[in-house]
Structure formats: structure tokens, C-alpha cells
Design a protein. Structure first.
Length: 80
């Protein structure tokens, strides 16, 4: 099950609100401002993954900020 639904649409909205020379931090901050419920779901999913893991195993899901940066990178690569 996807952590974030309609990713591309949400990324486009966030990017439309940012200056052309935005930073990753600005992207994350704007995403949180516009989509606070989705941000809560991302954080909750990360916490669930980190709490459910067996001792000594690696958490598969990246930290919430890195997750957003990752989906932004994929979006930008696919929309060159």
C-alpha cells in the first residue's frame, strides 16, 4: 500500500508555491504546510516500521524528510 497517494499532483502543487531556486528544506516545509495530514501519515508509517522491526534488522522506509526528498528526486528525474 502506498504511503502517499497522488504524489505527482501534490509535488506539482508544492513546486508551484516555491521559488525556482528552492532548497530541499523549503520543499519539505511547504509540503508540511500544504499537506499536514499526509505528513502525519508519512510520520506514522515510519514510526510503525521502526517499532515493528526485529532487533538487528534495518528499517526499510527512509526517515520522513528523506522520503519526501526521494519522491521529489524521482518526480524531477521522470519529468525532465
Amino acid at each position: 500500500m502506498a504511503v502517499l497517494h497522488r504524489k505527482e499532483e501534490k509535488i506539482e502543487v508544492v513546486l508551484s508555491k516555491l521559488p525556482k531556486d528552492y532548497t530541499d528544506k523549503q520543499f519539505v516545509d511547504m509540503f508540511i504546510e500544504l499537506y499536514s495530514k499526509d505528513w502525519g501519515k508519512i510520520k506514522a508509517n515510519y514510526l510503525k516500521h521502526s517499532q515493528d522491526k526485529e532487533p538487528g534488522t534495518v528499517i526499510v522506509m527512509p526517515k520522513p524528510e528523506l522520503y519526501l526528498k526521494s519522491i521529489l528526486t524521482v518526480y524531477l528525474e521522470n519529468n525532465k
